[in-house]
Design a binder for this molecule. Structure first.
Ligand code: UT7
Length: 328
């Protein structure tokens, strides 16, 4: 009997501080109407100077653990999808491991930007399905507001901070769990969205690298074109590989980057509004946190129920993209 990786608990965390579009209009040349029309975002959560990625990851992870009734010492794995870890090293997952007291767990981070949760779930699920690991905590989290240029209106209005988490457990004899994942990448598009300073190519300590920016660079129109194609591509491939039709999807939970990108993907798949979950209005693009935060809210609102077939899809810097189909 094969082992399936089933979600048994959800968690989330966002900073308390709310930044509305009107707040942004006070610091950069923008306005509420433009941001709402072009992105669907009304407000976002922003970390204070004292808050960092691991604070959100720990809170989201703890909630998922508690809701699944898992003891920290029973965890085998902690996988954190993030590109904004507290430090280049140690990994954020090790900070989570210590804070939760998960003394028997292996821990590592996955760097796949806004597709980080899609990648992390698949890695953890594959390890569970192998039979060598039973219980994994998977967290998607980012704090991109720490890296935006608050004078660049083309990027600073888009991002927010947030985290979501799922407990994945190996179950026998069930049709629940991960059904199919597609993971894709295209490094030729690396230049379109990047943060180049602070790595080994341009270390912070190197005066020669002072020309590189410490902030996010993004070619918005190029990323938009890529995103619309990537969402459709990943979903179509995942459905084909699962031998399913889009009409069999009960809930579509896409990466929350821009309402126009989400609507375009849903339209291509022929999914009606009631099957599409959207919370980009409240949080903006929280990168790795986006999909699990949306899953959490969908569950809380009663739109995600046990037994439903869910499709998640994400895209981001790399370029990377991918989709998961699972029975919740
Ligand atoms: O997870 C991956 C992360 N990235 C994304 O998902 C981003 C994908 N890209 C996008 O979502 C869109 O390209 C944006 C929302 C970033 C921009 O929307 P757009 O419809 O592509 O706008 P645009 O860049 O073509 O700019 C249109 C106009 C320009 O003015 P002109 O040249 O027409 O006079 C911009 O200067 O809007 C102006 N503009 C703004 N105006 C007010 C750009 N940003 C702003 C702003 N407020 N924040």
């Amino acid at each position: 009997m094969s082992i399936r990786a089933v979600i048994t608990g959800l968690g989330h965390a966002v900073p308390d501080k709310v930044m509305t579009n009107d707040d942004l209009a006070k610091i950069v040349d923008t306005n509420d109407e433009w941001i709402r029309q072009r992105t669907g975002i009304h407000e976002r959560r922003v970390c204070t100077d004292d808050e960092a990625t691991s604070d959100l990851a720990i809170a989201a992870g703890r909630e998922a653990l508690e809701r699944s009734g898992t003891k920290p010492e029973d965890l085998c794995l902690i996988v954190v999808g993030t590109v904004t870890g507290d430090y280049p090293f140690p990994s954020t997952s090790c900070l989570v491991q210590e804070a939760l007291g998960a003394k028997n767990a292996g821990a590592f981070d996955v760097g796949a930007a806004c597709a980080g949760f899609i990648y992390s779930v698949d890695v953890a699920a594959a390890m569970i399905e192998s039979g060598r690991y039973e219980k994994a905590l998977v967290i998607g989290v980012d704090t991109l507001t720490k890296f935006v240029d608050w004078t660049d209106r083309s990027t600073c209005v888009l991002f927010g901070d947030g985290a979501g988490a799922v407990m994945l457990e190996g179950h026998h004899g069930t049709d629940r769990g991960l059904i199919k994942t597609v993971l894709l990448s295209d490094g030729a598009g690396a230049e379109h969205i990047s943060l180049k300073k602070g790595g080994s190519r341009h270390p912070l300590s190197d005066p020669q690298s002072s020309d590189e920016s410490s902030n996010i660079y993004m070619n918005g129109q190029e990323v938009y074109r890529f995103a619309v194609g990537a969402m459709g591509d990943a979903c179509t491939r995942a459905l084909e590989e699962a031998e399913m039709r889009a009409s069999e999807i009960d809930l579509f939970v896409p990466h929350q980057a821009n309402i126009r990108i989400i609507n375009s993907a849903a339209e291509k798949l022929g999914l009606p509004d009631e099957k599409v979950f959207i919370n980009v209005d409240k949080y903006g693009n929280t990168s790795g946190g986006s999909i699990p935060l949306a899953l959490y809210e969908a569950y809380e609102e009663g739109r995600l129920k046990e037994g439903m077939v869910v499709m998640t899809v994400g895209f981001g810097a790399g370029l990377v993209w991918g989709a998961n189909i699972l029975r919740f």
